[in-house]
Ligand binder design. Structure first.
Ligand code: HEC
Length: 153
C-alpha cells in the first residue's frame, strides 16, 4: 500500500517535470536560426519584416493567424514552409521559434507549440490558392477587430 503511494507520487512528479520540460523546450533556438537562415530568410529577410510588394512580413502577424484553427493550418501549408527542405520536426522548430521571438505580442497566450506530428499530418498538399485563403483569414481577423495583418503586403 505504502509502496504504491510512493510510486504514484513519483509518477506524478515525473509527469509534472515532463510537462514543464515540454513547455520550456518547444524549440531549439540555435537549430531554428540555422533553419531560418538557410530556408526562409532569403525571402522573408533576417528579422522577418518581409519585402514590400513581394513577401509578407512574418513578424507581428503570424501570431494573429495561429489564433484561428484555419490560420494555424495556413501557416503550415504556405508553399515556402510546406515545400521547404526542412523535416517535419525542423519546420515545427522554426515556426515555434518565429512565433516566440518575432511575435511575442501577437501570439495567443494559449498557443500550443507546433509538433512534428502535426506538421506531418497537415503540411501537404501545399496550398495552391494562397492569396484566396489568406484574404479569407484576413477578413475574419478584421471582423474580430484585428487590423494589424495587412490585406496587401
Ligand atoms: C522563395 C521565397 C520564399 C521562401 C524561401 C520562403 N517564403 Fe514564405 N512566403 C513567400 C511568399 C511570396 C509568400 C506569400 C504567399 C505566397 O505567394 O506563397 C510567403 C508566405 C509565407 C507565410 C504566410 C504569411 C502571410 O502573411 O501570408 C508564412 C507563414 C511563410 N511564408 C513562412 C515561411 C517559412 C517558415 C519559410 C522557411 C521554411 C518560408 N516561408 C520560406 C516567399 C518565401
Amino acid at each position: 500500500m505504502k509502496r504504491a503511494a510512493v510510486a504514484l507520487a513519483a509518477v506524478a512528479a515525473l509527469a509534472a517535470d515532463m510537462a514543464g520540460l515540454a513547455h520550456a523546450e518547444s524549440y531549439d533556438a540555435a537549430r531554428a536560426k540555422e533553419g531560418w537562415v538557410l530556408n526562409c530568410m532569403g525571402c522573408h529577410t533576417a528579422d522577418g519584416s518581409g519585402i514590400p510588394g513581394k513577401v509578407p512580413a512574418l513578424r507581428n502577424s503570424l501570431g494573429h493567424f495561429v489564433g484561428m484553427p484555419e490560420g494555424r493550418e495556413f501557416v503550415m501549408r504556405v508553399p515556402g514552409a510546406a515545400n521547404s527542405a526542412l523535416s517535419d520536426a525542423e519546420l515545427a522548430n522554426v515556426l515555434n521559434w518565429v512565433l516566440d521571438t518575432m511575435n511575442p505580442a501577437t501570439r495567443p497566450v494559449a498557443f500550443r507549440p507546433y509538433t512534428a506530428e502535426e506538421i506531418a499530418a497537415h503540411r501537404r498538399p501545399a496550398l495552391t490558392d494562397v492569396a484566396k485563403t489568406r484574404a479569407g483569414l484576413v477578413k475574419r481577423l478584421q471582423a474580430n477587430g484585428i487590423t494589424a495583418v495587412p490585406e496587401h503586403y
